[in-house]
Design a protein around this ligand. Sequence first.
Ligand SMILES: CCCCCCCC/C=C\CCCCCCCCC/C=C/C(=O)SCCNC(=O)CCNC(=O)[C@H](O)C(C)(C)COP(=O)(O)OP(=O)(O)OC[C@H]1O[C@@H](n2cnc3c(N)ncnc32)[C@H](O)[C@@H]1OP(=O)(O)O
Ligand SMILES: Cc1cc2nc3c(=O)[nH]c(=O)nc-3n(C[C@H](O)[C@H](O)[C@H](O)COP(=O)(O)OP(=O)(O)OC[C@H]3O[C@@H](n4cnc5c(N)ncnc54)[C@H](O)[C@@H]3O)c2cc1C
Length: 627
Amino acid sequence: MEGVDHLAHERNKSEFDVDAMKIVWAGSPHAFDVSDRISKLVASDPGFRKDNRSTLSRKELFKNTLRKAAYAWKTIVDLRLSEEEAAKLRFYVDEPAFTDLHWGMFIPAIKGQGTEEQQQKWLPLAYKMQIIGCYAQTELGHGSNVQGLETTATFDPQTDEFIIHSPTLTSSKWWPGGLGKVATHAIAYARLIVGGREHGVNGFIVQLRSLEDHSPLLGITVGDIGMKFGNGAYNTMDNGVLRFDHVRIPRNQMLMRVSQVTCEGKYKQSDVPRQLVYGTMVYVRQTIVADASCALSRAVCIATRYSAVRRQFGSQNGGPETQVIDYKTQQSRLFPLLASAYAFRFIGEWLKWLYADVTQRLQANDFSTLPEAHACTAGLKSLTTTATADGIEECRKLCGGHGYLCSSGLPELFAVYVPACTYEGDNTVLLLQVARFLMKTVSQLGSSKKPVGTIAYMTRVEHLMQCRCGVQRGFAELSVDLVEAAVAHCQLIVVSKFIEKLQQEIPGKGVKQQLEVLCNIYALFLLHKHQGDFLSTGCITPKHAALANDELRSLYSQVRPNAIALVDAFNYTDHYLGSILGCYDGNVYPKLYEAAWKDPLNESVVPDGYHQYIRPLLKQEIRTARL
Ligand SMILES: CCCCCCCC/C=C\CCCCCCCCC/C=C/C(=O)SCCNC(=O)CCNC(=O)[C@H](O)C(C)(C)COP(=O)(O)OP(=O)(O)OC[C@H]1O[C@@H](n2cnc3c(N)ncnc32)[C@H](O)[C@@H]1OP(=O)(O)O
Ligand SMILES: Cc1cc2nc3c(=O)[nH]c(=O)nc-3n(C[C@H](O)[C@H](O)[C@H](O)COP(=O)(O)OP(=O)(O)OC[C@H]3O[C@@H](n4cnc5c(N)ncnc54)[C@H](O)[C@@H]3O)c2cc1C
């Protein structure tokens, strides 16, 4: 029945203060207030409706996304929302769109790689959305290998301009979000050529379309790259293709914080690491870790609520069947994902601090923590997105057949989320970067340069020094093992930061106790998952392994009465969840049944095509021997 909370009995079992946990999840009382207010604003505004996406054609879907993006901007301006509130509004609108790349990459690239003068010129235009930008780095032929990009930027001292050109088919820019149909400008990454000499890949601001009639400018060929994985999903984004035919831009449109070209055609490299050109990717990778906790928590919220609603088998003397959340197998699949959602939330908070710290140090030309920041953002982006993509799929399976319905919210969540394992750096390529960082640390053991921060523990691996010669077999040869070591390194960071979080003051009855249970589940689940490595290296004995498994089972029993309250703490509206299985009141079956009849296919009792194809089949004379 509408208005009845079918999960009330579950909520009454909670052993902790859910409102206090909501503050912990949000990060602070202020952050909770902003999130709560903006999520309800979006949920209550029919202009942000999203339950019809899977029934729209690509063109209808895209036009609807443009409408929503414009409506969101009008809402932001009319309500004079702060930058924080505006970002939350875009988050709860919950639809990949060109604005993600305008705000999430184009603006950060100018802030991170532009000079003061360039920031003063371009940022006001971008903040007012008087220009719309994209981040055009990847090409048809190269994505991972940035130094392999082929687009050229040749300096012409006669005109004090750069000539941007796509010399080959594979140099076509390919994938940039917002590029296909909307962006008026791009940060285009190209090989800098001055006086016939190459100076590596740099970023250039290039106008793509007229601000009058949106037509591509002279020398610009631009379009969308076509449908992507899944219906709806990421097809709200116009990932584009772009070719330059000797496009001329003023010299002052090369982002010149890292490297400069003077009007005389002299190339100068600032006394900063050239990798600062990659700074925007580092910034986005750290935001993607926070995104992972959001996406995983959504899926876990849906699967947990539905697992408490769903009953299957186990009826005693005609009594109710067993809630599937009470099956140990369901708990062993679901509760580690619940623990991971909280673990990723806290590692995202720490990574945000690490990024802010390294950014502050860079402003003082202190590059000492840049390698660690690169390794942490790369490794944790890889770890959390892989676990989240796999976790969303596991949550779909935890919901049985109904998890495969679009109305469960899980297929679309999966389809939108999985490219996170690829964009902003292929996850394996990024783990290889972490492995390179770890091997460089090993090579420095014994020297005066002591490992600190997230690699401080490596001082305890002195024995690696003796086998240093072993790694001469070559990084590539050992890369599979090194990638596994990189994953283990990142998982250690996640567990360590979860433990550090628990050492903080955490208000609320029973809140810290619940987080301790989740932290232990996360850590012991990893130990169980990698038991072979721990046993084969002698880190644990078989008895330890058995004790860990017993403790894991006990921890699942401790979480069970609190599971619904722990997902309620995410404070997601039904609108944001977009899931009948995960609705707050647990009134699933009537909503599933009602939703079915809204499908366009049920607009007519007899389907289109019956008279043309089915009736002749049914009425055909059987001229062949009976089958
Ligand atoms: C309906 C349901 C909705 C569900 C919603 C779910 C949630 C999702 C929310 C909304 C959906 C929409 C989201 C929209 C936002 C998405 C944004 C993403 C869009 C995508 C953008 C992109 O993909 S941009 C392109 C990204 N490309 C890459 O990442 C390329 C990866 N490659 C590289 O980074 C480099 O090529 C690589 C590092 C691999 C190698 O570089 P190279 O120059 O060759 O350097 P190398 O020789 O390996 O190393 C030399 C030296 O440099 C050091 N180093 C390398 N990189 C860095 C760095 N970044 N910072 C610092 N130092 C670096 C390296 O360690 C070496 O050091 P030493 O060993 O020499 O000391
Ligand atoms: C939805 C989406 C949105 C995107 N948005 C943007 C955007 O806005 N702007 C932009 O510039 N780009 C964007 N991209 C492109 C994205 O950044 C690249 O696709 C990504 O960096 C992966 O590069 P690649 O495609 O070249 O993969 P590849 O490197 O070709 O990967 C193919 C396989 O090769 C393996 N591999 C590659 N190199 C090595 C190595 N050295 N050792 C071992 N294995 C290796 C990889 O692990 C992978 O298994 C987007 C991509 C997607 C899917």
